[in-house]
Design a protein around this ligand. Structure first.
Ligand SMILES: NC(=O)C1=CN([C@@H]2O[C@H](COP(=O)(O)OP(=O)(O)OC[C@H]3O[C@@H](n4cnc5c(N)ncnc54)[C@H](O)[C@@H]3O)[C@@H](O)[C@H]2O)C=CC1
Ligand SMILES: CC(=O)[C@](C)(O)C(=O)O
Ligand SMILES: [Mg+2]
Ligand SMILES: [Mg+2]
Length: 348
C-alpha cells in the first residue's frame, strides 16, 4: 500500500500497479461472485468483473425491468442469471447491490445464505452503519467489506470500455477469515477501479450522503435554479440565462477545473471575471456553510437515512420519483437545456 501526500496529509492508497489485475484474479479464482441487484451499479460492476475474467452470476427478481436488462446484457437464465435467493445460495462472495432500501427487504434471504467463510460486499456503508434502522447485522463468521465507486455505475462501465476507470474507496468492517482486505482490494481492482482510497463504513456513508445532497447533486441543482430564476426575472432570455448558468460551466469551465484545478480555471478567465469571482466566493461560502452543517448533522443523526428508508419502502416510490424527475425535465430551465444541447457545434 502506498502512503501518498494529500495537501500535507498522508493517506493509504492502493494502486493497480502494486495490486495488479493478475493478483486480483488469483485471489478470486475459487470464488463465485454473486452480484445481487441489477440497477445502476449492478450492471457496471458485474460486466466489468466478467470482462476481467472473474466468475460472476447475477441475482435479480424475475419479471422486473432490471431482469430484462440483465438478459439483454447477455446473462443467461439458470446459467449466470438467477432469482435473488438462488444466486445467494450459489455465490461464495455476495455483492449486495440492491437499492439501499431494497437491501432491508432482502436481508433475511441474504443472511440465511451467508454461511461460514462466505463474504459480503457492499458499495455503500449505509446498511451496516444505520443497522438500527435497516436490521442489517452480518453474521460474525463472514467477511464484510465495501468498495464504493466514486461515480455512477453507468460511468464505471463506460470508462472501463474506454480503457479508463473510476476511483473507489474501500473499507473492511469484519475480517472473519483473515482475508477480508485482500478480497476487498481484489474486487475493487476487478470492478475497474483505478485507485482505492482507504476509509471506514461510517466515513464512507457520512461523506457520500453529504456529497450527493450537497455539491454533487442537491446544492448544484438548487444553485442553478436560483441563478437562472434571477436572470429570467431580470429580463434575460432563457438561452442567455441557461448559457450563463449551466452550459458554460459544463462545457468550458468545469473541464478546466477537472484538468488542472480551480486556480487554473480562474487563470483562464478574464481579469474582470477573476476579480469578481474572488470577491463573491467568500459570500457564497459563508451563506452556504450553515446549510452544509445542517445537512451533515441530519446525516449523522440518521435523519436522512430514515427519510430515504421511509420514502423508498412505499410501493409507489418509483412512480413518485419519476414524477419529480419529470417535473425537473419539463421546467423551462431544463427544456431550454435540451434545446441548447442540440446547438453544440460537435453534435451538428
Ligand atoms: N447508483 C450508483 O451509481 C451508485 C450506487 N451506489 C450504491 O450501490 C448500491 C446499489 O445502488 P443502485 O445500483 O443505485 O441501486 P438501484 O436503485 O438501481 O436498485 C438496484 C436493484 O435493486 C432491486 N431491488 C430493489 N428492491 C428490491 C427488493 N426488495 N428485493 C429484490 N430486489 C430489489 C431493483 O430491482 C434494482 O434492480 C446502493 O448501496 C447504492 O447506494 C454507490 C455508488 C454509486
Ligand atoms: C454516484 C454516487 O456515488 C452517488 C451520487 O453517491 C449515488 O448514486 O449514490
Ligand atoms: Mg457516491
Ligand atoms: Mg450515494
Amino acid at each position: 500500500m502506498a502512503q501518498l501526500n494529500f495537501g500535507g496529509v498522508m493517506e493509504n492508497v492502493v494502486t493497480r500497479e502494486e495490486f495488479s489485475l493478475e493478483k486480483a484474479r488469483e485471489i478470486l479464482k475459487n470464488e463465485t461472485v454473486a452480484v445481487i441487484g441489477y440497477g445502476v451499479q449492478g450492471p457496471g460492476q458485474a460486466l466489468n468483473l466478467k470482462d476481467n475474467g472473474v466468475k460472476v452470476i447475477v441475482g435479480q427478481r424475475k419479471g422486473t425491468k432490471s431482469w430484462d436488462k440483465a438478459l439483454a446484457d447477455g446473462w443467461v437464465e439458470n446459467e449466470t442469471l438467477f432469482e435473488v435467493e438462488t444466486a445467494c445460495e450459489k455465490g461464495t462472495l455476495l455483492m449486495n447491490l440492491l437499492s439501499d432500501a431494497g437491501q432491508i427487504q432482502a436481508w433475511e434471504t441474504m443472511k440465511k445464505n451467508l454461511t461460514t467463510g462466505k463474504a459480503l460486499y457492499f458499495s455503500h456503508g449505509f446498511g451496516v452503519t444505520f443497522h438500527e434502522k435497516t436490521g442489517i447485522v452480518p453474521p460474525k463468521d463472514v467477511d464484510v467489506f465495501l468498495v464504493a465507486p466514486k461515480g455512477s455505475g453507468t460511468s464505471l462501465r463506460t470508462l472501463f470500455l474506454k480503457g479508463q476507470g473510476l476511483n473507489s474507496s474501500y473499507a473492511v468492517f469484519q475480517n472473519a477469515t483473515g482475508k477480508a482486505e485482500e478480497k476487498a482490494l481484489a474486487l475493487g481492482i476487478a470492478i475497474g477501479s483505478g485507485y482505492l482510497f482507504e476509509t471506514t463504513f461510517q466515513k464512507e456513508v457520512y461523506s457520500d450522503l453529504t456529497g450527493e445532497r450537497g455539491v454533487l447533486m442537491g446544492a448544484i441543482a438548487g444553485i442553478f435554479e436560483a441563478q437562472y430564476n434571477v436572470l429570467r426575472q431580470r429580463g434575460h432570455s432563457p438561452s442567455e440565462a441557461f448559457n450563463e448558468t449551466v452550459e458554460e460551466l459544463t462545457q468550458s469551465l468545469m473541464p478546466l477545473v477537472a484538468e488542472n484545478g480551480m486556480d487554473w480555471m480562474f487563470a483562464n478567465c478574464s481579469t474582470t471575471a477573476q476579480r469578481g469571482a474572488l470577491d463573491w466566493k467568500g459570500k457564497f461560502r459563508e451563506a452556504t456553510t450553515p446549510v452544509f452543517n445542517e445537512l451533515y448533522d441530519d446525516v449523522l443523526s440518521g435523519k436522512e437515512a430514515a427519510i430515504v428508508i421511509e420514502a423508498n419502502s412505499k410501493p409507489d416510490y418509483r412512480e413518485k420519483l419519476n414524477a419529480e424527475l419529470k417535473e425537473i425535465q419539463q421546467s423551462e430551465l431544463w427544456q431550454t437545456g435540451m434545446q441548447v444541447r442540440k446547438l453544440r457545434p460537435q453534435t451538428k
